[in-house]
Design a protein around this ligand. Structure first.
Ligand SMILES: Nc1ncnc2c1ncn2[C@@H]1O[C@H](COP(=O)(O)OP(=O)(O)OP(=O)(O)O)[C@@H](O)[C@H]1O
Ligand SMILES: [Mg+2]
Length: 158
């Protein structure tokens, strides 16, 4: 962020419009730096970018799996019913999309049966997308039908 030449080394007061512009630019840079941090730390993204109710949050095993994502090329998980596997997959989709937007990104969501995607994974993505904290992700909520589509996300660059 830099001042326009006329205001460098100047003692003239800055117009409010310029101050507003600088504040917005500074805010955008802070948001970008924070997203960059989350891009390398999906567990932190889930902890800080989802509006958790008191006492809630990712479980230790969910955090461990999230951390493994940036340490290994492939991560495979299995576990008993209702452990939070689909929720975890939904967080991963949101983490990757939001922190990579602006770059060329793609996420393939797949399952052994189409119904798994329609009835479980994508509804779960919608559920958690609605709980993202705009102030943490540095952008407005994902809008149904615009960015958040039935079975896909449509952000700026992916
Ligand atoms: N850490 C969490 N905090 C709060 N709710 C959670 C958390 N993890 C998962 N959930 C919720 O718990 C419920 C069960 O989780 P989920 O559907 O992800 O389990 P699953 O392991 O995929 O189950 P299944 O074996 O039936 O596919 C869902 O409503 C999900 O949103
Ligand atoms: Mg599931």
């Amino acid at each position: 962020m830099s001042l326009p030449p006329a205001f460098r080394n100047s003692t003239r007061p800055m117009p409010l419009s310029l101050l507003g512009h600088l504040a917005r630019e500074f805010g955008a840079q802070v948001a970008q730096a924070r997203l960059e941090r989350y891009r390398h730390d999906p567990a932190l993204f889930v902890q800080e970018c989802i509006a958790w109710k008191p006492g809630e949050g990712p479980t230790p095993y969910q955090r461990e799996i999230l951390s493994a994502l940036t340490q290994h090329r492939r991560v495979s998980v299995r576990g008993p019913h209702a452990l939070g596997k689909t929720a975890l997959a939904a967080w991963v989709v949101l983490w990757f999309a939001i922190t990579c937007d602006g770059r060329d990104w793609k996420i393939a969501t797949t399952a052994s049966a189409w119904q798994q995607l329609v009835q479980f994974l994508w509804p779960e993505i919608h559920l958690w997308a609605a709980r993202l904290r705009p102030e943490a992700i540095g952008r407005g909520a994902l809008r149904e039908g615009i960015e958040l589509l039935d079975l896909s996300l449509k952000l700026r660059t992916g």
